[in-house]
Design a protein around this ligand. Structure first.
Ligand code: ASP
Length: 326
């Protein structure tokens, strides 16, 4: 049996567990996804040639935020009001520095803003109007909200509204009587492509980041796991983790931190820790649907999920890359 995939330095990425059903993925669309994942990995690799782990994460994620294919930046899922609001977070392992933003509506690359929070403020988490004011103060690129909105996500919003009306029990449904059980998960498509990256640089530093438009038809200021440090993103001196999936479950189980904690407390490998969380903890709580990418400090690459697929890829120090979907 081959050993775990291990890199000296490089980047591992995901483009979300909300993959299209295999029969809906046309050859053209599949090529677009694979090309964009490859571009993201190349950008991350190029940034690491003479940069730090956080450069690798931001540049890899920027490509996916700018692509309409993924649920981050342009092409994000739409809120119930038809607008896009985005969340992002980033963390470096050696010093536990972290930055996160949520409910941001005009920043072209939310991951860049998360990094600014980490590097230029004494705080970790900024939301809404305050985060936008901080963004403007720091001269980040601002764009009208319409720029993020795509035809495909408008249709996805209509679909989400219809499914919620039919009582499919999405996390947005309020007032579910206690005796009405959560529905069986049908598909993970409502998550639709949150993006994330974990990088290990030449100096052995680890950084993890995640960026999302959240779930389709979200309202009441709902925020998922992606910007929550310890839930959607975490990095320590042992590993870096970026998650995707049904955010409420990832928050309740502090999934990204749990991977690092299992390594620290149980002495298990990063692969074992991820397996326990994704196929143990979350699987037992179905619909705890989702997946994650992780890097151990020894360069072990992990890309794991309990859904039909996860857009994903990794690149090593030589620039050799590999992408996958199902
Ligand atoms: N985890 C994200 C959220 O709940 C969604 C996703 O991963 O696609 O907001």
């Amino acid at each position: 049996m081959p050993g775990p995939d291990r890199i000296r330095w490089g980047v591992v990425i995901h483009g979300g567990v909300g993959v299209l059903p295999e029969e809906d993925l046309t050859p053209e669309l599949e090529r677009d996804y694979r090309d964009t994942l490859a571009q993201s990995l190349e950008a991350g690799h190029a940034a690491l040639l003479d940069g730090r782990a956080e450069d690798g994460v931001v540049e890899a994620i920027r490509v996916m935020e700018d692509s309409p294919l993924f649920n981050a930046g342009r092409g994000s899922n739409l809120d119930a009001d038809g607008r896009v609001s985005t969340d992002a977070s980033i963390m470096t392992g050696e010093d536990l520095a972290a930055g996160a933003v949520a409910e941001v509506t005009t920043v072209r690359n939310p991951i860049e803003l998360a990094r600014m929070v980490m590097e230029r403020s004494p705080n970790v988490f900024m939301v809404g109007a305050g985060a936008e004011a901080f963004a403007r103060l720091n001269g980040i690129e601002i764009t009208p909200n319409e720029w993020f909105v795509t035809e495909r996500r408008l249709r996805a919003l209509e679909d989400a509204v219809a499914r919620e009306a039919a009582g499919d029990g999405t996390p947005n449904v309020l007032g579910r009587p206690a005796d009405v059980p959560l529905p069986k998960p049908d598909s993970s498509t409502r998550f639709a492509g949150t993006v994330g990256a974990v990088a290990l640089d030449r100096a052995g530093r680890i950084c993890a980041g995640t960026s999302t438009g959240g779930m389709a038809n979200k309202r009441f200021g709902r925020i998922g796991d992606s910007p929550v440090i310890g839930a959607g993103t975490y990095a320590s001196d042992l590993c870096g983790v970026s998650c995707t999936g049904w955010g409420e479950y990832f928050i309740r189980n502090a999934v990204a931190h749990d991977v690092a904690a299992r390594m620290a407390y149980l002495g298990v490998t990063v692969g074992e820790a991820v397996d326990q969380v994704i196929h143990g903890t979350l699987q037992a709580q179905r619909p705890g649907l989702g997946g994650l990418v992780a890097l151990g400090r020894d360069g072990t690459v992990v890309m794991d999920f309990n859904t039909a697929g996860m857009y994903r890829g990794r690149v090593d120090q030589e620039g050799a890359l590999d992408v996958g979907i199902y």
